[in-house]
Design a protein around this ligand. Structure first.
Ligand SMILES: Nc1nc2c(ncn2[C@@H]2O[C@H](COP(=O)(O)OP(=O)(O)OP(=O)(O)O)[C@@H](O)[C@H]2O)c(=O)[nH]1
Length: 255
């Protein structure tokens, strides 16, 4: 396992690394997205907790040993939720780490952008690594700072549940923490079980759709509603144009 300091800004390993495997997951073209039904999810957590493994497991049903330390891949899929087709976008992220004071976080700017962009949050720790669990609360606070108002659909995933003998975080601690964040706790193993991982991601998608108001899938979170500009009303444009022209003529004549 790489030390947490590897997560400090500017120290991410993004170069090639010997025997590691990169899993190519084809994206569908953006034009192929389901209009007005896009759910954007970001997966966040400390180093080595299995963020990439969980995403790959969810999308491909497979577990593939090791991956390049990722620099933030975006995956797209269509999924069917309650009989309706939804475009799902999942953003993998580089790891975050606790600062020395254990209050703040080392968190790359790229991660902040992903947090801002997303509709729903998968916060991941490893049940075999209590330090990764300790990053969750500050990480959630960080998300809150970026989205100070509104509902934050979130799930907490305790990954590596196949490694029971190495467990450092009891399940009830995960449940208590998830409840305090307003989310649900899932214990999962990207290595051994597809269903658990699948259920966790689908639950979050449903929470996001519920936060949208079950409606057309547009973001309704306070302060972040980016309504599509309406097509211009030509009459109104002409009226404003005439107004501007006449005020220019007026100011020219008063000089
Ligand atoms: N036993 C076990 N190992 C796992 C599981 N999920 C991931 N791993 C292993 O844990 C290591 C880290 O997995 P990654 O998916 O690269 O973790 P990550 O959180 O994306 O790592 P960073 O790139 O450091 O952010 C790899 O060696 C995986 O094979 C799991 O459920 N069980």
């Amino acid at each position: 396992m790489r030390p947490a300091a590897d997560c400090a800004p500017g120290t991410m390993n993004s170069g090639g690394s010997g025997n590691f495997l990169l899993v190519p997951i084809p994206e569908f073209p953006l034009l192929d997205c389901v209009p007005n039904k896009t759910v954007k999810i970001v997966v966040l957590g400390a180093s080595n907790v299995g963020k990439t493994a969980l995403i790959v497991r969810f999308l491909t049903k497979r577990f593939i040993g090791d991956y390049e330390a990722n620099t933030g891949a975006l995956y797209s899929r269509k999924v069917t939720l309650d009989g309706e087709e939804v475009s799902l976008q999942i953003q993998d992220t580089p790891c975050v780490a606790l600062q020395d004071d254990a209050e703040g976080l080392y968190c790359q700017e790229q991660i902040n952008r992903s947090i801002y962009w997303a509709d729903g949050y998968v916060l991941v720790f490893s049940i075999t690594d209590h330090n990764s669990y300790r990053t969750i609360q500050p990480l959630y606070q960080h998300v809150r700072r970026i989205h100070p108002s509104g509902n934050i659909p979130v799930i907490l995933v305790g990954n590596k549940s196949d490694l029971l003998r190495a467990r450092q975080v009891p399940a009830d601690e995960g449940e208590t923490l998830a409840a305090s964040l307003g989310g649900v706790y899932f214990e999962a193993s990207a290595r051994e079980n597809h269903e658990g991982v699948h259920g966790a991601f689908l639950h979050l998608c449903q929470e996001v759709i519920r936060a949208f108001g079950g409606g057309n899938g547009e973001k309704r979170r306070g302060g972040l509603h980016l309504a599509r500009p309406k097509s211009p009303n030509m009459q109104e444009l002409k009226r404003r144009f005439r107004q501007v022209l006449s005020s220019k003529v007026k100011s020219a004549t008063t000089i």
